[in-house]
Design a binder for this molecule. Structure first.
Ligand SMILES: [Mn+2]
Length: 236
């Protein structure tokens, strides 16, 4: 059985090389993999399941065709698309799972996460995250008109780009002590995440920490088969 992991596609509501690349990926995924985990920031932004943007709808249709064909697809929220909800699940057959979920594959423990939870040095980000992930914030936001929500999302993206460019590189990466703690607390063999856009497989004690890349000119996937992890990139 081969399981695939992807993250950080940052799909936008326009037809471009990336959407086409994802549709190609999904077509071949149905023959190659039994399970696909999408580890967040699948979309550049998501302002609610009630947004009827045509490209977003066609992405949902493709996901539905894939799950109907027998591919199990799981989704972990990213910081860009944490508002993906139960309507999306219903439309696509994709199952939303918690950030930092532990899955048992054979006799190995694999933790899947978006990755932002490990960036504990970025205190400003963690505080903002706590606020906007609360039910009250989400409910208030989702009750606003679509146009207002899109304007807010665009504003957030601009702010985030500005803040990131002013922060030292190491603040934006995971905190290695925290990662080691999580790995030992949960007896993890493999930790797989995205978010930092720094694709690499790291040795972390007795475990491996595999980081996905963001889809830009190339797409990235981690394939897991018979206790072996492989990080691959491919042209979009
Ligand atoms: Mn992210």
């Amino acid at each position: 059985m081969t399981i695939a992991f992807i993250s950080d596609l940052h799909l936008e509501p326009v037809e471009n090389d990336k959407t086409a690349g994802f549709f190609n990926f999904l077509n071949s995924a149905q023959n190659k993999y039994q399970q696909l985990y999408i580890l967040g920031d699948f979309f550049e932004y998501w302002i609610g399941d009630d947004d009827n943007e045509p490209v977003n709808l066609s992405i949902q249709q493709k996901l539905k065709a894939a799950t109907d064909s027998g591919l199990d697809i799981f989704f972990v929220h990213g910081n860009r698309d944490f508002l993906i909800g139960s309507e999306f699940e219903k439309n696509t057959g994709v199952k939303i799972i918690e950030d930092m979920t532990l899955i048992e594959i054979g006799n190995k423990s694999v933790m899947v996460a978006h990755g932002d939870s490990f960036c504990t040095d970025d205190v400003e980000y963690q505080e903002m995250k706590k606020e906007i992930r609360s039910d009250s914030w989400k409910n208030t936001f989702l009750a606003k008109p679509i146009d207002e929500r899109i304007a807010f999302a665009n504003n957030m993206r601009a702010e985030s780009a500005k803040r990131s460019s002013n922060k030292p590189e190491n603040i934006m990466d995971v905190n290695c002590d925290y990662v080691s703690q999580i790995i030992s607390d949960h007896n993890i063999d493999y930790l797989i995440h995205g978010h930092t856009h720094r694709p690499k497989i790291h040795q972390a004690g007795n475990a491996l920490r595999a980081v996905l890349g963001s889809w830009e000119e190339e797409g990235w996937v981690i394939e897991y088969n018979q206790e072996h992890l492989e990080l691959k990139s491919f042209t979009l």
